[in-house]
Structure formats: structure tokens, C-alpha cells
Write a protein that binds this ligand. Structure first.
Ligand code: ATP
Ligand code: MG
Length: 384
């Protein structure tokens, strides 16, 4: 009896003419996730089956597949030749020791002489004869034993459904440029857009030497966590120290964050153009901090000329974001102490509802273009 893993994908999205496109990218993403582990991926009607792996790799494979968007559920299954005796041998292995159960048979192989109902009754009956601690409950069973009779003369038997992450295969919905800080929110924002099938490139701004190397390493680690879900990412790192110093020197300090955000957005848009990203993604959530008011977002958004800005967390409470951060495995990294560049020169009373004319008046004191060019000249690119 060989072990295999059944992968069921989120089918609703894959119907229609471009189904083949989604399936191809989904299979490629699974291949990437399983790189370095011996396996074969086979497509069967409406699902994939992973086989030919070492038994000791099962947990590792499941763990990796649980980070592939598009996976609806997974089952570790036993593969046997299609005969009632062999199927029953497999069922004995996966059946619970006691409690209630039902057998749920799907028969793709219509040439098999028994239909699904008959197989349920026969295999269920044999199991009851074998173990008097088991009872059948077709309505609310404690265990469901699945039997799949495939067209190729083999059957798959399983009793467990592991939830996948859902979503759409990464690479089916364009590419976005994520503004990533070392905080809790932005990695979650990237995760959410990757979940909808978007490839993610990242951009991070630092203020070395006001911010230290640990802050930088933390961002690399966060981007690496995200990369496990987004089939890799490219982290673009840009120094904005001179911009903050210049704002500090020349402008009303209360506008520091507002002005800096506008620089970040402009630089992100230029880099997006170079990387083929079609939108900018931020981790902003309405009202969370002083800079995340609707006026603040309007001000930072107004300098972006040609791209939409996606803020997938805009309507989330902090608690909801933290829950997602934990689930993706980023939270413990995000809460490490560090200095974000925005906390350097942080004003005591940042403007909360910046007026457009005031922002423009402050910005007029700066050579915006020269500052942007200097920032872009510091670009470092890290492939993750
Ligand atoms: P986060 O937890 O993502 O840091 P936050 O609640 O701390 O968010 P802000 O610091 O106001 O909020 O940042 C809002 C958004 O601006 C971030 O989610 C991120 O997208 C972007 N951002 C902030 N700082 C940086 C930075 N140093 N580099 C790149 N993007 C940044
Ligand atoms: Mg932050």
C-alpha cells in the first residue's frame, strides 16, 4: 500500500475557459514549494495526487503545501488496486478504534461492478464485523472514511481532511509592489494580495544609521516569511535618511510623516514601473495611527500618478490583523523591538488631517526630484 497525498483546489475560481491557465500555474507553484523533496505530481480529474515520495517526507510535504495558495484541502491517502478486499485492507488501517463513522465512496470508475452505495454498505459491514466498538452514523459521524475509485484501476482511501490556505494560485493575478516595514501590518497586507493570486515585490525604506542592522534583518526575515506563500519575492531596500534630514531641517516637523510617506509612494511607483508591478500595496488600516486618516491616505496617494493603491487591511481592526499575522507565521518576528525610519524625527504632534495646500507649501521647501534620485541611487536588491 503506497501513501499518496490528494490535493483538492479551490475549484470555483477555476471554471470557464481559462481553467487550464490556473491549473498550470497551480501545479508549477506546488512544484516550487516541493523543490528538493522527491515526489511526482499527477493531475486527476479535478484534483492533484502527489506520489512517489519517501514516507518520512509526508509531514514536510503537507507543511509545504499548506503554504500554497489555491489548495482547498489535503488528504494523506493509501493507494491500492481496486478490489473490495484491497480497499478493505486500507480502510482497516485508517479507521478509528471506536466511535461513529460513515463510509463515503466516489466511483469515477463506472466499470466497477458495485456502485457507491453498495461499496459503502459492503465495506462498512465488514468494518462493523471486525470491531464491535464502531457504529455507523450517516448524519453526524465522528469519522468519515473516503474511498475514491479512480478510472485507472486504483483506489484511494483516506480519513482525514487537512485545510489548505485557500485563495488563488500566485501568478494568476498580476504583480504588486508592497511597501513593507518591520511592523505587523504590511506583511499581512502582502499575504492577502498573494492569496488572491498576486505576485509580490517588496520595497523597504530605512534610515541608517538612525535605524540599525537588526531592523534591516527583521524586514528580510518578514519578507522571507511572505516569500514562502508568494512563490518568492524581491526585496528592494532604499535609504531615505537624507530625505528625513532635509525635511527636519527645512519643513514644519509636524509634517514629517506626511511628507515622508509621499516620498515613499513616489519612489515605490518608480520602482514598480521598473519591476513590472501593476499596483502599490500598503498595510494601512483606517484610523489606526495619526498618519492613517482618510486625509493622510489622500495626501500620500495623490502623488501616485498611474497605479492603483491597494490597502487590503483598511477595514480591519488591529486584533484581526494580529490573528492573520500569527496564522501566517510573521507575528513573533514583527513584535521584535526595532526602530522604523518613521519613528526617527517623529513629531510630538503629527498632523492628523493634513490640508492639501499646507502639504504642498511644506513640500515646496524641498528639491523633491533630487531627493528621489538620491534615494533610488542607494537601491539594494535582495532575492528571497
Ligand atoms: P506596519 O505594521 O506595516 O509597519 P503601521 O501600523 O506601523 O504598519 P505605519 O508605520 O503608519 O503603520 O505605516 C503604514 C504603512 O506604510 C505600512 O503598513 C507600510 O505599508 C508602509 N511603511 C511604513 N514604514 C515603511 C518603511 N520603513 N518601508 C516601507 N514601507 C513602510
Ligand atoms: Mg510601521
Amino acid at each position: 500500500m503506497d501513501k499518496v497525498i490528494i490535493v483538492r483546489y479551490c475549484e470555483i475560481h477555476l471554471k470557464g475557459n481559462n481553467r487550464g491557465f490556473f491549473e498550470r500555474i497551480f501545479a508549477e507553484n506546488m512544484e516550487k514549494a516541493l523543490k528538493g523533496v522527491k515526489h511526482e505530481i499527477r493531475k486527476q480529474s479535478g484534483r492533484y495526487v502527489i506520489e512517489s515520495f519517501a514516507e518520512s517526507d509526508v509531514e514536510d510535504i503537507v507543511r509545504r503545501l499548506k503554504k500554497v495558495f489555491g489548495v482547498h484541502t489535503l488528504s494523506i491517502a493509501l493507494k491500492v488496486n481496486t478490489s473490495l478486499d484491497q480497499i478493505f485492507e486500507a480502510v482497516k488501517t485508517v479507521a478509528p478504534k471506536s466511535g461513529t463513522f460513515k463510509i463515503d465512496t466516489h466511483r469515477a470508475d463506472k466499470s466497477f461492478p458495485h456502485n457507491s452505495m453498495q461499496i459503502n454498505a459492503e465495506i462498512g459491514g465488514r468494518l462493523l464485523d471486525l470491531n464491535s466498538n464502531l457504529r455507523v452514523d450517516v448524519h453526524n459521524p465522528q469519522a468519515v472514511i473516503g474511498i475514491d475509485l479512480r478510472e485507472n484501476g486504483t483506489s484511494l482511501v483516506f480519513s482525514e481532511l487537512v485545510d489548505g490556505v485557500g485563495g488563488m494560485p500566485v501568478g494568476t493575478a498580476g504583480k504588486g509592489m508592497l511597501l513593507i516595514s518591520g511592523g505587523i501590518d504590511s506583511p499581512v497586507a502582502g499575504y492577502m494580495m498573494a492569496k488572491r493570486g498576486m505576485k509580490i515585490d517588496c520595497i523597504h525604506f530605512h534610515s541608517y544609521p538612525y535605524t540599525n542592522m537588526q531592523a534591516r534583518e527583521k524586514v528580510e526575515e518578514l519578507a522571507s516569511v511572505l516569500a514562502e506563500y508568494s512563490c518568492g519575492t524581491t526585496l528592494n531596500v532604499i535609504k531615505v535618511t537624507h530625505i528625513q534630514e532635509e525635511i527636519h531641517k527645512k519643513c514644519n516637523g509636524d509634517y514629517m510623516v506626511t511628507l515622508l510617506r509621499r516620498f515613499m509612494m513616489r519612489i515605490a511607483e518608480r520602482l514598480a514601473g521598473k519591476c513590472g508591478a501593476q499596483c502599490i500595496i500598503t498595510g494601512e488600516s483606517l484610523g489606526q495611527v495619526a498618519s492613517q486618516t482618510i486625509e493622510g491616505m489622500t495626501s500620500s496617494g495623490s502623488v501616485v500618478q498611474n497605479l492603483p493603491i491597494l490597502r487590503p487591511l483598511c477595514g480591519f481592526d488591529k486584533n484581526e490583523i494580529i490573528e492573520r499575522s500569527r496564522a501566517m507565521g510573521a507575528f513573533e518576528i514583527s513584535i521584535r523591538p526595532y526602530e522604523d525610519c518613521c519613528t526617527v524625527f517623529l513629531p510630538k504632534h503629527p498632523v492628523i488631517h493634513p490640508k492639501h495646500s499646507d502639504v504642498l507649501a511644506e513640500e515646496a521647501k524641498l528639491d523633491v526630484e533630487a531627493l528621489i534620485e538620491e534615494a533610488i541611487s542607494t537601491l539594494e536588491v535582495v532575492k528571497l
